[in-house]
Design a protein around this ligand. Structure first.
Ligand code: GLN
Length: 286
């Protein structure tokens, strides 16, 4: 029987993924193999010559099969790095994206004093937990329509030791706030669903067929949830409070119009992501 070394496996799998149209074949091969071997990608590089045991080979083979069926790597390894923290993820939540780090970064930059913040549609908890980890004195509430997603977020809060500083509430948009006695915040942040029904069928199959539809889809132009948040937010913000939202690649103009036509808002800032796309808006109430 052929002895497979780490490097042979990486090369074989990269080639196999390439033939199956997987967009980042080498990276995915490395991530999956390091996951199976319980090691880091760096360690993999230091052990190129090491033979791989048959039991690891069969686990690896299963993962290769799933990856070529377009299951995202993060669901296969149950992890995704976001804002330099490692998050547990599974198919109950959207996999955190690097674009969303732009939102977190800007909230941290703009807000200096301790504050009260709500993260609507927290999913894996990526936004709320990275803020809590960087600002232990902030009071943070994280909500989601999906009870399943909140289980994942809670797990991540425990891992990152901020479970005692975060409150989780299940419910749609502002619904959880209706029952709270003091519901005025300095910040309302969200990475809401914003994919249009037109674009949804053309999303990469990893996303379209495996990530939760409720975390992605938002009506014919993808603006349904963004509009609801911008309309509802002023009622729950303190004077001078802000809404920080991630938006879709073609939403900026519409979002600016929505904010400018609402007299509760006094201003709006737009921030581009690493690809130069207008990705985050921060709107302040007067
Ligand atoms: N950026 C995500 C995607 O391209 C969408 C995330 C969202 O809808 N909030 O799949």
């Amino acid at each position: 029987m052929k002895t497979w070394r780490v490097l042979d496996l990486i090369q074989w799998t990269t080639d196999y993924f390439k033939r199956h149209g997987i967009p980042s074949p080498r990276l995915d091969a490395e991530l999956l193999l390091s996951h199976v071997l319980g090691t880091s990608r760096l360690q993999l590089y230091l052990r190129f010559e090491m033979p791989v045991f048959p039991e690891h080979l069969s686990t690896f083979r299963e993962l290769i099969k799933k990856r070529t069926a377009n299951v995202p790597v993060s669901y296969l390894t149950s992890r995704k790095e976001f804002f330099s923290l490692e998050f547990y993820v599974d198919s109950r939540v959207l996999i955190p994206r690097p674009e969303t780090e732009v939102l977190v970064e800007n909230v941290l930059q703009v807000q200096e004093a301790p504050c009260q913040l709500i993260d609507i549609g927290t999913g894996s908890g990526a936004i709320a937990i990275s803020l809590a980890a960087n600002r232990p004195e902030w009071e943070i509430l994280a909500t989601d329509i999906s009870a399943e997603a909140l289980e994942v977020a809670q797990k991540n809060a425990v891992v990152h030791q901020c479970a005692d500083r975060l409150t989780f509430q299940q419910g749609n948009l502002f619904e959880p706030l209706e029952t709270l006695p003091e519901s005025r915040f300095d910040w309302i942040v969200s990475n809401p669903p914003y994919v249009s029904t037109k674009e949804y069928p053309f999303l990469p199959p990893d996303v379209r067929d495996h990530e939760p539809e409720t975390a992605l889809l938002a009506g014919t132009d993808g603006l349904d949830v963004i509009v609801d948040i911008l309309e509802g937010a002023p009622r729950f913000l303190k004077s001078g409070g802000r809404v920080g939202l991630e938006i879709g690649h073609n939403h900026c103009q519409d979002v600016l119009e929505i904010v400018q036509s609402n007299s509760a808002y006094s201003g709006c800032q737009v921030i581009t992501d690493y690809s130069g796309i207008e990705r985050v808006v921060i709107a302040a109430v007067g």
